[in-house]
Design a binder for this molecule. Structure first.
Ligand code: ADP
Ligand code: MG
Length: 150
């Protein structure tokens, strides 16, 4: 993988991954930099690798990544880490009115780390947060663009 130089001074960059575990590793690198209250918005088509990336974030913050999967009936899933809880949100199946009712404003202004898949569906999403775009380049290649807030 071409690794994004995720670190304290990192602002934006693109990585290319060749398989799912490399995408998880990119998420883990970001997860190590995240602090309580941080928000990560994820964009990309179905099957791009957003959930795989969030699994890496869970590992990076020291939470158990094993059960990070696509939320089915639970829209917000919680994974406790040693210094912060990860809230994993997937807006894929939701209508705009349902998204407005989720209370996401409160969630992102709280002390958890929040990762939101299909973030573009939330019209009220904040913009001074970490954003991740994952693009399928064909076969198992993915381009992962990460932008950290200033
Ligand atoms: P999303 O959450 O964006 O819908 P998932 O993470 O659930 O996507 O699934 C990604 C799928 O693509 C998995 O089946 C995974 O094995 C496959 N895949 C193939 N190559 C990659 C890659 N480089 N990174 C992430 N996933 C990959
Ligand atoms: Mg997903």
């Amino acid at each position: 993988m071409t690794q994004p130089p995720v670190g304290p001074t990192f602002r934006s960059g693109v990585a290319e991954t060749a398989n799912e575990s490399e995408t998880e590793a990119a998420g883990e690198a970001l997860g190590r930099e995240l602090r309580p209250g941080d928000v990560v918005l994820l964009y990309g088509d179905l099957g791009a690798g957003k959930t795989a990336f969030v699994r890496g974030i869970a590992r990076g913050i020291g939470a158990n990544p094993d059960d990070v999967s696509s939320p089915t009936f639970t829209i917000v899933q919680e994974y406790a880490g040693p210094s912060a809880t990860l809230y994993h949100v997937d807006l894929y199946r939701l209508e705009p009115a349902d998204i407005d009712d989720l209370g996401l404003e409160d969630l992102v202004s709280g002390e958890g780390i929040v990762a939101i898949e299909w973030a573009e569906r939330w019209k009220g999403r904040p913009d001074d947060v970490t954003e991740v775009w994952i693009k399928d380049l064909g076969e198992d290649s993915r381009a992962i663009t990460i932008e950290r807030p200033r």
